[in-house]
Design a protein around this ligand. Structure first.
Ligand code: AMP
Length: 432
């Protein structure tokens, strides 16, 4: 029977990760965890609570909130039909899920303003390049329930505070207003009129955008399109009275808070749900994909997703791009590593002792490593040094007999005999 099973084993096959995804390896994970810890701390300082929506949702949720005509919905979503014939999609961003959760759980009834943040994976089938992946991590925040410019400024200030917490100072905040239902349509019309005589000189994609999504022509990266739009009417000059007032107040509050920004008429953002304030934070250390973070106000989305009318503002930021910039500026995590106690048992009886000792030391909050290869003393000590352990606890037959371990301090190379019963208190006194 055993032989028959062996004969049926399939030929081994090596797999590779999916294009546009990456493995975060053990050697990098310390930096990621430390960076995530900084983000959690800053969010807490601003009074935001974490929310963790699911990784997949109904496709319709994203189509409705992000917008059918956007690049994300029209060509980048990972959508599939499950066995129950439901159309599902891996989230291409997290705001839609957060708003769905906000409505479904009646969070708006629990307090007047909800300040929520998230950190998790998003999926888009884009062309992978530096700073652009198909699975990437986003962190972001949403303020639900306030129409006030102070809320816009709280979101902008929070995103800036995250970067500052990493001592990252070299970034630019770009600001625009994309208007609201009153002024955006007349502006689109004006823009079309301006661009109509220039239509033939626009790139193919922008020609397609002309009727349905002319705002996106403004942020096209093609040199030809940029020339044609350089003198185009600007949305912030065409805002309705309420939008003008809102935009002016946001700028006044940013200035009062000492937050520098630049007006950028080309900033329209890829997502349909923005109203009024739109902003982006860019870094000149990132290359072509220079946006660290983007956000803005989306006053209509909650209602569109079946909730009570709830004004909202938020941002989403890329974790990989943050990590790339942190690498460039030489950021070093400050979290001290817990000292490692390396148990070096010699022989079977000693391994039995070591398993028990490891459990007790770990229960007392200590970081314990143990040889798992039944190696000799020399090899075990080499391993302890490789792991930069603080102590090696050597136990062989003699030590078992005397009930004392040989504890070697690997920084000073001094060795002490410590009674088994005293080990916990010894390490408590000496290593913490
Ligand atoms: P968006 O949701 O498109 O506004 O993106 C918000 C932020 O997420 C961007 O500023 C980037 O930092 C990051 N981001 C968006 N798409 C990707 C991607 N494909 N790969 C890596 N990061 C991304």
């Amino acid at each position: 029977m055993r032989y028959a099973l062996c004969a049926m084993r399939p030929t081994p096959m090596r797999f590779q990760k999916i294009k546009g995804t990456r493995d975060i390896l053990p050697e990098e994970i310390g930096r990621w965890q430390a960076a995530e810890a900084v983000i959690h701390q800053v969010m807490a300082r601003f009074g935001f609570s974490e929310i963790r929506p699911p990784i997949f949702e109904e496709t319709e949720l994203f189509a409705r909130s992000i917008g059918q005509l956007t690049d994300i919905v029209s060509k980048e979503m990972y959508s599939f039909v499950d066995r129950g014939e439901k159309n599902l999609t891996l989230r291409p961003e997290l705001t839609a899920g957060v708003v769905r959760a906000f409505v479904e759980n009646n969070l708006g009834k629990k307090q007047p303003v909800n300040k929520l943040y998230y950190l998790g994976s998003a999926f888009r089938q884009e062309n992978p390049q530096a700073g652009r992946q198909r699975q990437f991590q986003q962190f972001g925040a949403e303020i639900l329930g306030s129409p006030e410019p102070a809320a816009d400024v709280e979101a902008i200030s929070l995103s800036m505070a995250v970067y500052r917490a990493f001592q990252l100072e070299r970034f630019v905040v770009k600001l625009n207003s994309v208007g609201d239902v009153v002024c955006r349509e007349p502006y689109k019309q004006k823009l079309r009129e301006y661009l109509r005589p220039r239509f033939d000189r626009l790139c193919k994609t922008c020609q397609q955008r002309f009727e349905k999504n002319p705002l996106r022509i403004l942020d096209c990266k093609e040199a030809g399109c940029r020339v044609e739009t350089a003198e185009a009417p600007k949305l912030f000059d065409e805002l309705c009275e309420n939008c003008v007032r809102h935009f002016a107040r946001v700028q006044q509050l940013l200035e009062a808070g000492g937050m520098k920004y630049e007006l950028d008429f080309r900033l329209v953002r890829g997502l349909d749900y923005y109203t009024r304030t739109a902003y982006e934070i860019t870094s000149d250390q990132l290359g072509a994909q220079d946006a660290l973070c983007g956000g803005g106000r989306y006053d209509l989305l909650v209602e569109e997703l079946g909730g009570d009318a709830t004004p909202a503002v938020g941002f989403a930021a890329g974790m990989e791009r943050l990590m790339m910039v942190l690498e460039k500026i030489g950021w070093q995590p400050t979290t001290p590593k817990a000292p490692i106690i390396f148990l070096a048992p010699l022989g079977e009886a000693a391994v039995l002792w070591a398993v028990q000792a490891a459990a007790q030391l770990r229960q007392n909050g200590m970081t314990v490593e143990m040889d798992l290869l039944n190696r000799g003393l020399k090899a075990q000590l080499r391993e302890a040094n490789r792991q930069q352990a603080r102590f090696a606890v050597i136990v062989g037959d003699n030590e078992l007999q005397t009930q004392h371990a040989a504890v070697r301090d690997l920084t000073s190379s001094q060795q002490t005999e410590v009674a088994f019963v005293d080990l916990i208190s010894y390490f408590q006194q000496n290593s913490f």
